[in-house]
Design a protein around this ligand. Structure first.
Ligand code: ZN
Length: 318
């Protein structure tokens, strides 16, 4: 069985500004790595646009309309007021340029198409190399460089369109997947397991935040040793996932817990992202026929996130 890679040129054209850390070079470096002959067996597709009906499964109609109405013909249009007090966010906000509406729609559309292909058995698993990322986007608000909640939209599509009853989401991005949490905190059909550094923007994701019992938040202190991080992963993430039943596993794959990342203060090595991937694949094989959809979130050291993405995709292909 094959691994599907979804991306689109519009995801490179999305431009939040010349000095913004969520820049096209992140994705360009990942795609450059994935152009290596080692990745020739990947099945590759252009990401389709999500429909408004797709987006409505996770977002308010007024918010979707606001985003598309905010897309500028030239220049930059912020669509977020940064109201989370934190000394480490750099003050950057979600910002749109002329291709950003299409890019956000294709980022969500990639996650939906990946879900369709995996649920229908066309491929074993899939990676969506897309931006803008999604896990901070709330149902009604852009946040943290995220416009549409790509992973949440995909989980809802899996249930509405492709026959999944229960979906599990694992979010290993160094930041809390607060948008995913907000969308599913009253929905027991979706389990969210999210590890995040705290303190760190957006300053949520503490263990007491459990939704309706469907959410496991695992805060990790800054400068946690790599071995400790990986032990927490084994003891808390994998054991909770083994206790769940689900028909599809979705990964919010950020690469900013890498030791070289400028936003996080964690110590994971490139090869650790292959280990995480193999661990999740093994459990997915036990629980859901190996069905895994992975969607790019953060990762702000260009070289580190490209190398870690490549290690992740190679592990998906194994
Ligand atoms: Zn992040």
């Amino acid at each position: 069985m094959t691994t599907l890679l979804l991306t689109h040129e519009a995801c490179l054209a999305h431009d939040p500004g010349p000095t913004h850390s969520e820049r096209a070079a992140r994705l360009a470096a990942i795609l450059d790595r994935l152009s290596h002959p080692d990745f020739q067996p990947l099945r590759r597709e252009d990401a389709p646009m999500a429909s408004k009906a797709d987006l409505l499964r996770a977002h308010d109609a007024a918010y979707i309309d606001f985003i598309f109405a905010s897309v500028p013909t030239t220049g930059y249009q912020p669509v977020e007021v940064n109201d989370v007090v934190s000394d480490d966010d750099g003050g950057e906000v979600t910002t749109l340029s002329s291709r950003s509406g299409e890019a956000a729609s294709r980022a969500a559309g990639a996650a939906i198409r990946a879900t369709e292909a995996v649920m229908k058995g066309e491929v074993q698993n899939a990676f969506c190399a897309v931006r803008p990322p999604g896990h901070h986007a709330l149902s009604h608000k852009a946040m943290g460089f995220c416009v549409f909640a790509n992973v949440a939209v995909a989980a809802r599509a899996a249930q509405s369109l492709f026959g999944a009853k229960r979906v599990a989401i694992v979010d290993w991005d160094v930041h809390h997947g607060n948008g995913t949490q907000q969308i599913f905190e009253q929905d027991p059909s979706v389990t969210l397991i999210s590890l995040q550094q705290l303190p760190l923007w957006p300053e949520t994701g503490y263990a007491a935040e459990t939704g309706c019992g469907n959410i496991l938040n695992i805060p990790i202190a800054p400068d946690t040793p790599r071995t400790t991080w990986l032990q927490i992963w084994q003891d808390q993430v994998l054991s909770r996932l083994m206790a769940e039943e689900f028909d599809l596993l979705i990964i919010s794959a950020g690469f900013d817990a890498h030791r070289d990342d400028p936003k996080g203060s964690q110590n994971l090595e490139t090869e650790d992202f292959a280990t995480l991937t193999h661990d999740l694949k093994r459990i997915a094989e036990l629980k859901c026929g190996g069905r895994v959809v992975s969607v790019l979130e953060g990762g702000y050291d260009i070289e580190a996130s490209a190398a870690a993405s490549a290690a992740h995709v190679r592990a998906l292909m194994d």
